[in-house]
Design a protein around this ligand. Structure first.
Ligand code: SIN
Ligand code: MN
Length: 204
């Protein structure tokens, strides 16, 4: 097993198949109420290749005019985001080591050609809590470095059912998804990958 950066914690196969199926069903319920949408890059307006939605009291999104941010409502329906499923709150309680619940769960859907460029998760007011990520469906190549964009990076696969946390010294590490490996999981009928990231957003 390769050495991961300090604070990058991987829990391979954390969710059994049946737990993954249950979580996919919950994500489908969220998506019915809060449809997937495409965020665009600040300033350039370039569309991201992932489609996204959120659950929780706050949801993350980005657009050309107002940039990266959290807000309490869906950008198209104007409705509050649906609540975070209990199954995810239980994973947070078990692994995060943080006494307060997550406020945001970003749901990213990657089609077979989607990627995510190197970035930091730094739109939160509080970096004490980890960012906890759950992967479902096709495997992906995850890349993580340090707090500077040019720091050396380490790459490893995230498979369906894996949980990963960026905590402590890795909380502000640059990270991204280099590629998806199509056909590596049967979990999602239409293929592709779902990533769920739980975050604490505000100061207590
Ligand atoms: C993200 O950084 O928002 C998503 C990472 C992932 O898809 O694993
Ligand atoms: Mn991120």
């Amino acid at each position: 097993m390769q050495k991961l950066p300090d604070g990058t914690l991987l829990f391979p196969d954390f969710l059994k198949k049946q737990e993954q199926e249950q979580l996919v069903a919950s994500v489908r319920d969220v998506v019915k109420r809060a449809p997937l949408f495409i965020s665009t890059m600040p300033k350039t307006g370039k569309p991201m290749s992932v489609r996204m939605t959120n659950c929780g009291t706050l949801g993350w999104l980005s657009d050309k005019e107002n940039g990266y941010r959290y807000q309490a409502h869906h950008p198209q329906t104007g409705n509050a985001w649906p609540p975070i499923p209990d199954q995810l709150l239980a994973i947070w309680d078990e692994l995060s080591g943080y006494a307060h619940s997550p406020q945001a769960c970003l749901i990213n859907y990657y089609g077979t050609d989607a990627k995510m460029g190197l970035h930091q998760d730094r739109d939160e007011q509080n970096f004490d809590a980890p960012v906890l990520s759950v992967s479902l469906g096709d495997s992906a190549l995850f890349r993580v470095g340090g707090e500077n964009r040019t720091d050396k990076t380490t790459s490893f696969k995230l498979n369906s059912g894996d949980v990963m946390m960026l905590s402590g010294k890795s909380r502000l590490a640059f990270h991204g998804i280099s590629r998806i490996y199509p056909g590596t999981s049967m979990l999602l009928k239409q293929g592709g990958r779902i990533n769920l990231t739980l975050r604490r957003v505000t100061e207590l």
